[in-house]
Design a protein around this ligand. Structure first.
Ligand code: FEO
Length: 621
């Protein structure tokens, strides 16, 4: 019997769940099972986005038949040829002989590698950025090589603003009726398996995932529909920000993973003593795994989660104990970076494991190895307890100070930086005196300059009152304006001077204050940044401020505004102007200010409203 879920008026989930499979890809235990998602869009032409695994074929085909109601299936998009999705394509073609298959060049060469049916005669080959219209829906295809295989592509439906994301944003675990992430307690029930899915399946390909995230950041998203796990239609940025961390190998949490192998319990004893010393030293996030008991996929996921890792291993046949070696090779194969690492070794004849473990991890980027290797001879003795205490102290002292953690982990949302374009922004600052009056202006230059630490530069015209406020206070906020901004925002912040007007009067419902006490814009803005000035460089008419970002948040998924969009869609066209008194009439392209002038404007002319130069003044003829 069919089992579908409506996503909106003409889009349906037609996938299936599998709780019987014990090892996904014959490699990863899935105690909570897995879902194979596929989506059917009943437009003027019918289009299916992906198929399912063979094990789920019965209900999948019943779902499609039930929804089509004797219509034919016109198209299927193949985002990913891996058989957990594509194994049922052959039967789909048999059931719908006129079906056309949409994919890229690599899609079809890979289908031919796996299957023997004639795919060429029904192939519609698309490239990155190509569009395909089925009626109301307009699909744009973006290649996403190595997320998870080379042929992977994602599809963006511009009508619904849905991103059909292939394996990206997937999780292990079945959908137990609740198909949407907002219908479950995702952090409680799915996050661990989402992390394990990501790290084991695509963890190696952080750069490629970053490329996909950048493409996604340029799209207005109302939902993300992956091929495994829940659909995201609310708080989408919560999961995107996890992907941002995982794909940049940034620890999710400051904490310690202790992974140990132990033949007779003595290495485990040392690991437990270390955990106790860490807890006594104030460390609250400690995870421990016996790697002979726990499958490496779980421990790998925790290695992506925590900032610090301690490996404790027996020396075995003059090498590393086999289950520990498997874990270390797995971590190295997944390209983990940016961790602080320590070792405990044990050996009844000779203890070699510490250096051997370090050798496996040494090629990875930006790994800090603590020098204190604890070396046991068979069991923990008093001198070892002292070594373990020293190791615990070294680990604790390598943790960032709490205020640094707050500033750079909790308050700076990496995804906010994807909103930056060469666009238009509201720059806000305040007086440093008791009155503390707030002001703001429009600027067009904000750029990220470094990722670690997060730093930006802004260019501000010296004629703006906000410029002087920043010189004095050395702090500011930037709000990134979107295509949903109203012209009133530009009039308020760009067409009057803060020296003689309170720009925030009557604007209380469209702004909030960030932790630095300054306003940021909530209406028509998709992100804000708080900057603490590091340097100010004079460039004649403008000052270039470099700043450390102390806070950054994504506010919405609206598209960042460009100058072009502003001119075409937001700024009213200037009314026709008739020359008066024989003078030339100039209209400012930026703010619309009308300037009558005897002869040509001087080269140092500055628009009195928006402070733009002569080059932005258009002579009316
Ligand atoms: Fe869900 Fe890479 O297959």
């Amino acid at each position: 019997m069919h089992n579908t879920r409506k996503i909106n008026g003409d889009v349906f989930w037609v996938g299936a769940n599998d709780k019987r499979l014990s090892l996904f890809e014959s490699a990863f235990p899935i105690p909570n099972g897995i879902s194979y998602n596929a989506y059917l869009v009943l437009d003027e032409k019918t289009i299916l986005l992906d198929c399912v695994d063979k094990s789920a074929s019965d209900v999948f085909f019943e779902n499609i038949s039930f929804l089509l109601q004797n219509r034919k299936l016109d198209y299927v998009v193949i985002s990913h040829v891996e058989p957990d999705h594509c194994a049922t394509l052959g039967e789909l073609i048999l059931r719908f002989p006129e079906l056309k298959v949409i994919g890229n060049v690599k899609t079809f060469s890979m289908i031919k590698q796996f299957f023997d049916y004639d795919i060429d005669k029904r192939a519609i080959v698309v490239k990155d950025g190509d569009e395909f219209v089925t009626g109301k829906h307009r699909f744009v295809f973006y290649t996403a090589a190595m997320v998870h295989w080379p042929e992977v592509m994602v599809s963006y439906d511009a009508a619904d603003k849905y991103l059909y994301s292939a394996d990206a944003f997937g999780t292990f675990g079945t959908l137990n009726g609740n198909t949407f992430a907002d219908e479950v307690d995702f952090d409680r029930d799915f996050l661990d398996e989402g992390r394990r899915y990501y790290t084991n399946i695509v963890g190696k390909y952080g750069i490629q995932v970053q490329a996909l995230l950048q493409k996604a950041a340029s799209l207005e998203l109302s939902a993300i529909l992956p091929l495994h796990g829940p659909i995201w239609r609310k708080n989408i940025n919560n999961f995107i920000s996890k992907y941002q961390k995982w794909s940049t190998y940034t620890p999710e949490e400051e904490g310690v993973l202790i992974a140990y192998s132990s033949v007779y319990g003595n290495t485990e004893n040392a690991a437990n003593i270390l955990a106790t010393k860490l807890a006594e030293g104030g460390i609250r996030k400690i995870a421990m795994y016996d790697v002979s008991v726990t499958h490496p996929s779980f421990v790998l996921a925790q290695a992506f989660r925590f900032s610090h890792i301690v490996f404790a291993s027996t020396t075995y046949n003059s090498k590393i104990f086999i289950s520990m070696e498997t874990l270390l090779q797995d971590i190295a194969a997944h390209n983990l970076q940016n961790r602080t690492v320590a070792f405990i070794e044990n050996g009844s004849w000779a203890a070699f494991a510490g250096e051997l473990m370090k050798e496996i991890l040494s090629p990875l980027n930006n790994m800090t190895f603590l020098e204190n290797i604890v070396s046991l001879k068979s069991s923990v003795k008093q001198n070892n307890v002292t070594e373990i205490e020293e190791l615990a102290k070294a680990i604790i002292s390598s943790f960032p100070k709490p205020d640094t953690v707050i500033a750079h982990e909790a308050k700076v949302e990496p995804n906010a930086f994807f909103k930056l374009t060469y666009g238009l922004f509201v720059l806000t600052a305040a007086q440093t005196d008791a009155a503390g009056r707030d002001n703001g202006c429009i600027i067009n230059t904000v750029m990220q300059i470094t990722d670690t630490p997060k730093q930006i530069v802004i260019a501000v015209n010296k004629a703006n009152y906000t410029h002087d406020l920043i010189i004095n206070s050395k702090k500011f906020n930037i709000s990134v304006l979107t295509t949903e901004s109203s012209f009133d925002t530009f009039k308020r912040f760009g067409f009057q001077s803060g020296r003689d007007a309170d720009k925030f009067a009557g604007f209380e419902d469209s702004c909030k204050k960030s932790d630095n006490g300054l306003y940021y814009i909530t209406s028509g803005a998709n992100a804000f940044f708080s900057g603490e000035v590091i340097s100010a460089t004079d460039y004649g008419t403008h000052t270039l401020f470099a700043a450390q970002v102390s806070e950054a948040q994504v506010l919405s998924n609206a598209v960042s505004l460009t100058y072009q969009y502003y001119f075409d869609n937001i700024k009213p066209k200037p009314a026709p102007v008739k020359p008066a008194s024989g003078k030339n009439v100039y209209v400012c392209k930026i703010c619309g200010y009308i300037q009558e002038w005897d002869g040509e404007l001087p080269d140092d002319y500055i628009c009195p409203l928006c402070k733009h130069p002569k080059s932005d003044m258009e002579l009316q003829v």
